[in-house]
Design a protein around this ligand. Structure first.
Ligand code: PMP
Length: 462
């Protein structure tokens, strides 16, 4: 028997490993590899650190692997809030309200001036699906079935469902799953390091490329534009100056609803509550998931303006007068209860300020590494959301190989620091190392991460 009381370090978890290998299908993993190696089982976490089946300690520089555990591991106050709520009321259909779903909504709206309503879901994909459905319904309701097209951007990611994959800007994640949903149209990415236009004001030019697509498709056919504020899995792309202002202008000009996917950036990751708030823009939809409850419970939210909400209740005789959607577990009480406590922690511990300070420190450290390692072609980031692009040659910008990226990640792991590499199954994007430590990181944590990267780069590239 395995004691799950924290004494696992003295226990043999070989049975757990065997059960995992026999029955669990992991995300994004080629399982053939487990014929000769074991999966990593994460047993416990505290603060910035996790422990595996061998009792080995790891500094987690990617917040649970996928930008999620914003307030760190082992938060008893969140566990207690969830426990208390579950005993009081675990579930009732979202056709009714609950105390945590109402109070979290109120608290969240304080941080999102201009936004007004939450439609609850369980994940980032699902929250995005809700926004897509609302945009489509508005197209039917207000534009006679025109304006059903939704634009998405090359290299952005919005989820793993058929609908969100149809808005997927990373080809190799979607190419085996067609046919996808119609009327999702791609616009160019805005990564200046891999510039597509030779111009001075790159941000404005990249936004104009969206306008060109709108004009090509016909403005009366385009209902929505879905963008990540800072692209995550597509290689940590921070839009250049001038980009967002122009995007907003274009949306207004052509009456296109702006949907910002804050699944990664939301709840402090970039040093503001939401990524879009750096740019002074006014979205119609904001979707979020990962950091909303830092992984203590599943929650996804599709947040809209009152204007959008009003479109669904203006004419009670219209069969399209309400949003014909249900999500059984959306708003299930554990999610908003955890999310409320998660927000309190971010606020009371001034984690946004810490994110800005530690993000600056990490960017500085990475820039210093760039002086030393010619293999780093570019570093970029916002708050504690950073990337380092590895290239075999700085002038041609030829990416290093997947194998080399894997070796850097492994060499860092061997030093007890878990880092990420963007979507290594996708050639072209696979050469960006990713860093997204929890917002509680200290200067020592940041330095430990970049020291491990320094050593790993030396080991792999000399
Ligand atoms: N949007 C973005 C920007 C994401 O990075 C992700 C997940 N990596 C999603 C949506 C999908 O979220 P989920 O996995 O919770 O469905």
């Amino acid at each position: 028997k395995i004691a799950m009381d924290g004494t696992y370090k003295d226990n043999d978890l070989s049975h757990v490993v065997a059960a995992d290998k026999a029955h669990v299908w992991h995300h994004l993993i080629q399982h053939k590899g487990f014929e000769t190696t074991d999966p990593r089982i994460i047993v416990e976490g505290k603060g910035m650190r996790v422990w595996d089946q061998h009792g080995k300690e790891h500094l987690d520089a990617v917040s649970g692997g996928v930008w999620t555990v914003n307030v760190g591991y082992g938060r008893e106050s969140i566990a207690n809030a969830v426990r208390d709520q579950l005993i009081k009321l675990n579930f009732f259909s979202g056709a009714a309200g609950s105390i945590p779903s109402a109070i979290f909504a109120e608290k969240l709206m304080e941080k999102m001036p201009g936004m007004s309503r939450i439609y609850y879901a369980n994940s980032g994909s699902e929250a995005n699906e809700k926004a897509f459905k609302m945009i489509r319904q508005i197209a039917h309701k207000r534009y006679g079935g025109k304006k059903t097209k939704i634009l998405y951007r090359d290299r952005d990611y919005h989820g793993g469902t058929i609908g969100t994959m149809s808005a997927g800007g990373q080809d190799q994640r979607v190419e085996h799953y067609g046919p996808l949903a119609p009327d999702f149209i791609r616009v160019p990415h805005c990564l200046e390091y891999r510039a597509q236009w030779d111009v001075e004001n790159y941000g404005e030019r990249a936004a104009e490329a969206i306008e060109e697509v709108i004009l090509r498709e016909g403005p009366d056919t385009v209902g929505g534009l879905c963008l990540e504020p800072v692209t995550a899995g597509g290689g940590v792309i921070v839009p250049p100056d001038g980009y967002w202002q122009k995007v907003q202008e274009i949306c207004r000009k052509y009456d296109i609803l702006l949907h910002i996917d804050e699944v990664v950036c939301g709840l402090g990751r970039t040093g503001t509550w939401f990524g879009y708030q750096h740019y002074g823009i006014e979205p119609d939809f904001v979707t979020m998931a990962k950091g909303v409850a830092s992984g203590y419970a599943a929650i996804g939210c599709c947040v809209t303006t009152e204007r959008v909400f009003e479109m669904f209740k203006d004419d009670v005789d219209d069969p399209l007068n309400y949003f014909r959607d249900i999500s059984t577990f959306g708003g299930c009480t554990a999610g908003p209860a955890a999310a409320l406590e998660n927000m309190r922690i971010i606020e009371d511990e001034s984690l946004l300020d810490n994110t800005v300070a530690m993000g600056d420190r990490m960017l500085g450290n990475l820039q210093a590494l760039m002086e030393k390692h010619r293999v780093i072609g570019d570093v970029r980031g916002k708050g504690l959301f950073l990337g380092a692009e590895l290239v075999a040659d700085r002038s041609s910008k030829e990416p290093v190989t997947e194998k080399q990226v894997g070796a850097v990640v492994a060499a860092s792991n061997a030093q007890g620091v878990i880092i990420g590499a963007m979507n290594r199954s996708v050639p072209g994007f696979n050469n960006v190392l990713c860093f997204s430590p929890a917002l509680i990181a200290t200067p020592d944590d940041i330095d430990q991460i970049t020291d491990a990267v320094d050593n790993a780069l030396t080991k792999v590239f000399g």
